[in-house]
Design a protein around this ligand. Sequence first.
Ligand SMILES: [Zn+2]
Length: 175
Amino acid sequence: MAVLRRSISKPRPPLEYDPARAARDAHRIAQNFTLRTIPLDVEGLAAALGLRVLRLPLEERVSGFLRESAGIWEIGVNSLHHPNRQRFTLAHELGHYLLHRDHAPFEDGLLFRSDAKNAREREANQFAALVLMPDTEFRTALSSGDIDSVARTFGVSKQAAEYRRDSVINSIGID
Ligand SMILES: [Zn+2]
């Protein structure tokens, strides 16, 4: 026999802090700090959140990392990678910071693969895509230019813009 038990007095679990909400909050913070949002001043955003960004020559296979060191949150970015890739890495690590820092440290290899192997990596990628390419602005850019000009507008690689375009088409992580 099915028993329906519902405790009204029990507090509901908090809503999950999802990548889309985190990206919107990040944009609000950027605006409060009068940072440029298109293309996003992602370095300024990291500073606004109190993080230290380290640009280091890392092994080719390493994109970046997030760690806490003596009470300071640090994001490492592989300085040998293309500037657009560094921007995506920085945004991805900010995603880990906002969404998953209880599970730090993170070290990341190749990013924004459609087959990202676990939920945290997919969420950090979604955050990065949404914070660098906000929905309304991205759709507008997409309707008026080819993917190369869209990528230039947002300071991302063509691959990242294509991946974002595909999520728009599939309506993943979009309002
Ligand atoms: Zn990651």
